[in-house]
Structure formats: C-alpha cells, structure tokens
Design a protein around this ligand. Structure first.
Ligand code: EPU
Length: 442
C-alpha cells in the first residue's frame, strides 16, 4: 500500500491522540497473568495490537473488540509456545515469558522481529528472568525456551541499563513470584507506569522507590481489571512537529503535559509556541515581525540528546529532525539509546535536506556509543526547502518522518510500504486529512 501526498500546505485544526502503542501491547500481555477478563479502554486499532491479539489467541486468550475497547480473557493457557510467524513481526512476545512461566511453568518464544534500528539484544530480559529462577535455553537465531520447575522466586536485580522491555519483563514475572523482588536502575517510562497501575488494580503489590528502584511483593493470584490506555505521547510529538514545520497550528487533543515536559522545553528553546488547555496542547510557529508569517526565521537551531525517561525520547528525534531542516542554522541530534537510528536521514537528504551522520559524540557528552563507530550523531544544516520524492518506509518512526517530510515538501511524494506506519498510527491518512493534508491511500 502507498500514500500519495501533495505537500506545502499549512496544517490546521484538531487531532485526538490514540491510545499509546507501547502501553496497549504490554497491557494486553499483562492480562495473561489472570484467568479473569481484563478490559482495556481507549484501545488503539493498529497493526501492533493486531499482531499481539493474534499471538494471545494462539496462547488461548479470548480477545473481543468493541469500538475502542478490548476485553481479553485467558481462562486457560492452551499453548505456551509462540510461533515464529507470530513473533517475527514485533518485539512483544518476549514479554509473555514471565506471565507464561507464572501460569504454566514453561514458555517458548522465537527470536524477535521489530524495527531495524541497531542491535537490540535481550540479554537484560534473560538475566532478570534467570535471577527470578527461570532456566532459559537459547537456540541461537531460533528461540528462547524457558522453564521454572519450582516456580519463580523474588530476587534482587540491578539492570546495567534502564531498559524499557527488560523492566516490563521483570515486573510481569515478579508480581506472581514467591517473595520480594527489588529492581534497581529500572526504566520509568509513563507506559511502564501504566502497566504498573493496571497490575495494581489486578491485585499486585508494587512500590516505586528512589533511584529508579521498584519493590515488588509477590501475590498468589491476580484478578481481572479495567484500565484505560494512556494517550500516545509519540503521536503527540509527531503532530506538534507537523504543526510547527508546516507553519500551521494544531491542537493535539488529550496530550498530557506530564508526559511531554522535556519535549515542551525543546519547543520553547526552538522558539515555537504551545498552549496547554484542559483539552490538550496546541502547537504553532509564531509569526515573524514585519508580517512574514510562517517563515523559518522565527525558529532557532538546537542541540538535542536522546535519553531514557524523563529525557528527550528516542522516538521523538525523527519528527524533530524534519522540523530542524526548516530552521535557520546548524542543529545536532545525539542519539544515545539506539546505535543506528538515523537511516531515515537518507530519505530527507534526497528531498533536499543537508544532514551529516557521524560517530563522534559531542565532546561534552560522551555516551556509551563513543569510540564504537556507531552512526549516532546527526548534524542538520538548515533551512532547506524540501521537495517531494518517492520513498519506501524503513521502519515505523522512519515512516512517520516520510509522511511529515512529504507534507512539508513542495510537490508530490509517493510513500510505499505504509503497512509499517499502520503498525503504530491509527488511520493516519484519514486523521491528517482532517487537518487539511492532501494524502491519499492507494
Ligand atoms: N538493551 C540491551 N539489552 C536488553 C534490552 C535492551 O542492551 O536486554 C539496549 C537496546 O539495545 C537499546 C537500549 O537498551 O540500545 C534501549 O532498549 P529498551 O529495552 O529500553 O527498548 P525496547 O523495550 O526494546 C521500547 C519501545 C521502543 C522505544 C524504546 C525506548 C516498545 C515495544 N518499544 O523498546 O519503541 O524506542 O523502548 O524508549 O515499547 C517504537 O515504538 O518505534 C519503538 C522502537
């Protein structure tokens, strides 16, 4: 499937955020921890929740969707092996190891799929599960096979790096383990806290301590719960960048200030505007004196470094990069989470952007990728007009870059492989048309 886009138009109006992809999929997996039904509201209809529903059904869950609600009930686990076909397509199935070990004492998931944005090992997941008493066999290139003959037991686990997935995996495994678990140097992203809140409703005992510590007291069983998926902060940033880059004004309905504090500071430094209201957050580019409204001169270049929460999120750098091509001066983005997440800049360059990707950290901020020749620093020289191009979507966040860049560009663009964008953005073409975008799906 393709998007045909005619760019160069200011986008204006209101757009409502969908439920967060990176919370909805984990909440679905959390439902495996009980035989009672769990209901999720504000549930996004996207490719990744479809893939997750498919593998939950394979495990034995009944998944019933009704509008923006889904109910998942797993009275019995019929199959603790997730097949290659189901797992290759995203990275969620590894999170089922904990719940399956808790429910039936064994689990198997294949090596993971997901976006190609650098090495994405799962050593921290495996180490945490092993600490909790799982025996894990790795069939290289094929699957992870886990068993917990005597059940899982609480343990103290220190993560070398606050990995989102490994933290989630450890929490999901520990809530039903015997005894107490301490997770140190854990990740604290809002999507993780959403899973914690749902687990608390289900009967889990989880405390958050200082220094990124979680304290979990295992309970013998969990019950069903009803939980609302939080709004997608990655969508919020995409729409904010779109508003500012096209010189329009967009009210991002349901955007939550708490989840976007670092991004909002970035918008302020950039010289763009936002207004927080009970409905959400509106973003726009201020007019420049002497009446040349919407020119790029009102914006200032930036130095941005991605980081774990509450820092500037790695999933935000791509839409920001498009925006920075429209800003006078030289900006840099230092990516410190993934070692190879600038592939999309080749597409922007073909559209007229001036971007160099290098491997040297800024001298004042060496990161764990320094001296390793990873292409993790982008230097963007603006402002450059963009022109329409033919593109093929590389991965989910790169795909939204293609769309935003095509909407900013003069002329026509053709974007192939939009199924990848559909994995994370619900009916994106239809919703962008409501903002005045010329975008067609063929
Ligand atoms: N890492 C390890 N070992 C591990 C796990 C992670 O070395 O066992 C490294 C990774 O290689 C990476 C870094 O730690 O360099 C961060 O990985 P993390 O585990 O935190 O990320 P994730 O759980 O795989 C989630 C989101 C990503 C988002 C990151 C960072 C989901 C399904 N994915 O990935 O979202 O970028 O956290 O916030 O929640 C996306 O939505 O497009 C996406 C890629």
């Amino acid at each position: 499937m393709k998007f045909l886009i005619r760019g160069g138009k200011k986008l204006e109006g209101e757009i409502k955020l969908q439920g967060a992809k990176n919370a909805a999929t984990k909440l679905m997996v959390a439902s495996l921890l009980t035989e009672e039904p769990c209901r999720l509201d504000n549930f996004p209809r996207i490719g990744d929740t479809d893939i997750t529903a498919e593998f939950l059904k394979h495990i034995g869950s009944k998944v019933v969707r009704n509008g923006s609600t889904v109910t998942i009930e797993t009275t019995t686990v019929k199959n603790s092996r997730v097949t290659l076909e189901q797992s290759r397509r995203n990275r969620i199935p590894i999170l089922a190891l904990g719940p399956l070990l808790a429910r039936v004492g064994e689990a198997e998931v294949p090596f993971l799929g997901g976006d190609k944005i650098g090495a994405r090992p799962v050593n921290l997941h495996i180490k945490a599960l092993e600490a909790l008493g799982a025996e894990i066999e790795i069939e290289e290139g094929k699957c992870y096979r886990a068993r917990a003959k005597h059940g899982l037991r609480g343990a103290e686990i220190r993560f070398d790096f606050p990995s989102v997935g490994a933290t989630e995996n450890a929490i999901l495994a520990a809530v039903l383990a015997k005894g107490k678990t301490v997770l140190r140097n854990a990740a604290l992203e809002p999507e993780i806290m959403s899973v914690v809140k749902m687990l608390q409703k289900m009967g889990a005992i989880i405390e958050l301590g200082a220094n990124r510590d979680f304290y979990i007291e295992g309970v013998p069983r969990l019950r069903g719960a009803r939980h609302k998926v939080l709004p997608d902060r990655n969508e919020a940033v995409s729409f904010a960048c779109l508003a500012i880059a096209t010189g329009g004004r967009i009210l991002v309905k349901d955007a939550i200030q708490d989840h976007l504090i670092t991004f909002l500071n970035t918008v302020r430094r950039l010289g763009a505007e936002y207004e927080i209201s009970p409905e959400g957050i509106a973003f726009w580019r201020p007019s420049v004196a002497r009446g040349s409204a919407g020119t790029s001169n009102s914006l200032r270049p930036l130095e941005v470094e991605t980081a774990i929460h509450p820092g500037f999120m790695t999933d935000w750098q791509q839409p920001l990069a498009v925006l920075l091509t429209q800003v006078e001066g030289t900006s840099t983005i230092h990516e410190t989470i993934y070692d190879n997440r600038f592939g999309y800049t080749d597409d922007l360059k073909r559209m007229g952007a001036k971007i160099e990707v290098g491997d040297s950290c800024p001298p004042s901020a060496p990161c764990r990728f320094s001296e390793k020749n990873f292409p993790h620093v982008a230097t963007i020289h603006g402002s450059t007009p963009l022109r329409g191009a033919k593109m093929v979507v590389r991965d989910l966040r790169a795909g939204i870059v293609n769309v935003i860049a095509a909407l900013v560009a003069n002329g026509d663009s053709e974007i192939d492989g939009v199924e990848e964008i559909d994995r994370g953005y619900e009916r994106i073409d239809e919703r962008l048309r409501n903002l005045g975008a010329h975008i067609e799906r063929v």
